[in-house]
Design a protein around this ligand. Structure first.
Ligand SMILES: NC(=O)c1ccc[n+]([C@@H]2O[C@H](COP(=O)([O-])OP(=O)(O)OC[C@H]3O[C@@H](n4cnc5c(N)ncnc54)[C@H](O)[C@@H]3O)[C@@H](O)[C@H]2O)c1
Ligand SMILES: O=C(O)[C@H](O)COP(=O)(O)O
Length: 530
């Protein structure tokens, strides 16, 4: 049974998938302090949050069982991602579910700003019929500058065009081709500052975007501009904005987000007649909350159940077509890594992976992670290493990872080979996925073999001499070790050879010692593959 803690208000309908799952138990405890979370997090496998819960390193280190943090929404700036990655905690979010809702909120804010709707409402309900103070401006024929043309920025741009606005778009990833497709003018921040009548920001808050509109930009900004922020507090310098409005240069602003949330009661935005605000409501619709909760619940279930998942915030994203090609190899890759490291003596210095055949044309990075997980996980334990932190763990331990691609796959459609280099030796194991037969180990060191990678395997190196196979079989049989499968590989007749025996249970140490003392037998080792 997996235990999931929900620590922010998340749609009940959205998480019904988790509620109904027989292997999940859910606790909802909203509004806990950091200390309270630290006290209870140890018993949970997963934590589900929105933006209120700050998931700190302290909480994660107390979360000894924590495998996954799900963010029902986009921004993960409330989660310490480095701390999660170091601990192998997968962080997932729901990047698409609230795009339209937030875009619509941005538009509502922009229109409310253009027509003074909140201010007019306050006066009207206060009993004052004032039709003179609230003369607004049209959106039509105005220039809208969109800083950040990702999911939300692009949707805002599309709607702005429907309102007859000219849209300038700035984004480091916006190409001329995409700008043309969206019907926006590819612009720089400077173009936007110079020409825009409305500016809306839709970037994440990063060191580059922090105060991307500040004192300097306000000193040059087009007089009368109106500014909207429904992305993250801090992208626009709040103090500089108030000064620019008070100086008359900026006509007004609409903010859904603040540098500090909730803002202090004396925050200058809260009583400013030209600034309208909402309490981080961008994603707050029934539809968006259901969407994000469903998205994140689905992924969370996959992760807890050990199934493949689409992507994680603290792992590079894998396109669906690449994932479809690689997923069948994940288990093989992990087993090859584990097999290779169990063969090798001495501390691992390098993991060299070669992809051949079909795999040579794909971005195999996700598969490499599974291989490295298999190598490191054998020594460090599966609670310490997973696909999220495998590369980080290798780096911090000084293990070099080398990946090469080759078209030569020795007759197989695809082949993955893993070489472990230690300061004592170099050991290789290679495998393939055989159509209709599943995973196979095809080579161990220089010996071609055909072995199913599963269960307990006894690996024997010996001299190719008559009688040796019988002696090994008899010894194991006499010690109640049943041989399920057997493969022998040799390079030349009478030369060095290996025997790979699939056995039904582990082989006791003393039986292994007896094996190695058989004539013509060099070494015997048991390898566990699960
Ligand atoms: N108010 C809310 O409730 C609410 C709801 C959803 C999302 N958000 C926030 O809105 C923002 C946008 O969300 P999204 O889903 O569109 O994200 P997104 O990742 O799809 O888009 C962000 C875009 O910003 C661009 N960008 C990054 N650095 C930039 C820079 N220096 N200059 C210009 N562009 C830059 C990226 O290239 C990307 O295209 C995020 O900050 C998100 O957290 C807020
Ligand atoms: O990043 C987001 O998804 C938004 O800021 C929404 O945050 P919320 O889930 O706390 O409303």
């Amino acid at each position: 049974m997996f235990k999931v803690l929900v620590s922010d208000p998340i749609s009940d309908l959205g998480i019904s998938l988790l509620v109904e799952a027989s292997d999940i138990s859910i606790d909802k405890k909203v509004g806990l302090s950091e200390d309270e979370l630290v006290a209870i997090i140890g018993e949970y496998d997963a934590l589900l949050v929105r933006s209120q819960t700050r998931v700190t390193e302290r909480i994660m280190s107390a979360g000894k069982q924590l495998k996954v943090i799900g963010r029902a929404g986009v921004g993960v700036d409330n989660i310490d991602l480095d701390a999660a990655t170091k601990r192998g905690i997968i962080v997932i979010n729901a990047p698409d579910g609230n795009t339209i809702t937030t875009c619509e909120h941005t538009f509502a804010m922009m229109m409310a700003l253009a027509r003074h709707i909140p201010q007019a409402y306050m006066k009207t309900v206060g009993g004052v019929w004032d039709r003179k103070s609230f003369v607004g401006v049209e959106l039509r024929n105005k220039v809208l500058g969109v800083l950040g043309m990702g999911r939300i920025g692009s949707e805002v741009a599309a709607r702005a065009k429907a309102f007859g606005m000219e849209v300038y778009g700035y984004d480091p990833f916006l190409t001329q081709e995409r700008a043309d497709k969206l019907g926006v003018r590819l612009a720089s921040v400077e173009d936007v500052v110079r020409d825009a009548d409305f500016i809306t920001v839709h970037t994440p808050l990063t060191p580059e975007t922090r105060h991307m509109l500040g004192k300097d930009q306000f000193s040059r900004i087009k007089p009368g501009v109106r500014i909207v922020n429904c992305a993250r507090g801090g992208i626009i310098d709040e103090q500089a904005l108030v000064e620019a409005i008070d100086s008359g240069r900026v006509a007004g602003a609409a903010f859904d987000v603040f540098e500090e949330e909730p803002p202090a009661p004396e925050h200058p935005f809260l009583k400013h007649p030209k600034i309208i605000v909402t309490p981080h409501l961008g994603a707050s619709t029934i539809e968006a909350q259901e969407n994000v909760a469903i998205d994140v619940s689905e992924q969370l279930l996959h992760i807890l159940r050990g199934e493949a998942f689409k992507n994680a915030v603290n792992m590079p994203p894998v396109p669906a077509d690449v994932l479809a090609k690689l997923e069948p190899y994940f288990s093989l890759g992990k087993k090859l890594g584990s097999f290779a490291v169990q063969m090798a003596n001495g501390p691992v210095k390098e993991i060299a992976v070669t992809y051949a055949g079909d795999l040579a044309d794909v971005d195999t990075q996700p598969l490499t992670r599974h291989i490295v997980e298999g190598v490191l996980g054998f020594h460090l334990g599966s609670d310490q290493v997973n696909v999220v932190n495998a590369m980080h763990q290798a780096k911090t331990r000084g293990v070099n990872i080398v990946v090469t691609k080759s078209q030569a796959s020795k007759g197989f459609t695809n082949q993955v080979s893993v070489t472990i280099r230690t300061d004592k030796e170099e050991r290789l194991v290679a495998g393939t996925l055989l159509n209709g037969f599943g995973p196979r180990i095809t080579q161990i060191d220089r010996f071609p073999v055909d072995v199913e990678p599963q269960g307990h395997v006894v690996l024997v190196s010996h001299h190719d001499k008559p009688g040796i196979i019988g002696r090994v079989g008899t010894l194991l049989g006499n010690n109640d070790v049943n041989i399920a499968t057997m493969q022998v590989g040799r390079s030349i007749v009478g030369g060095a050879a290996i025997m790979v025996l699939g056995v039904d249970k582990g082989v006791p140490k003393e039986v292994l010692e007896q094996l190695t003392s058989l004539p013509d037998l060099n070494k015997a080792k048991v390898i566990h593959l699960f």
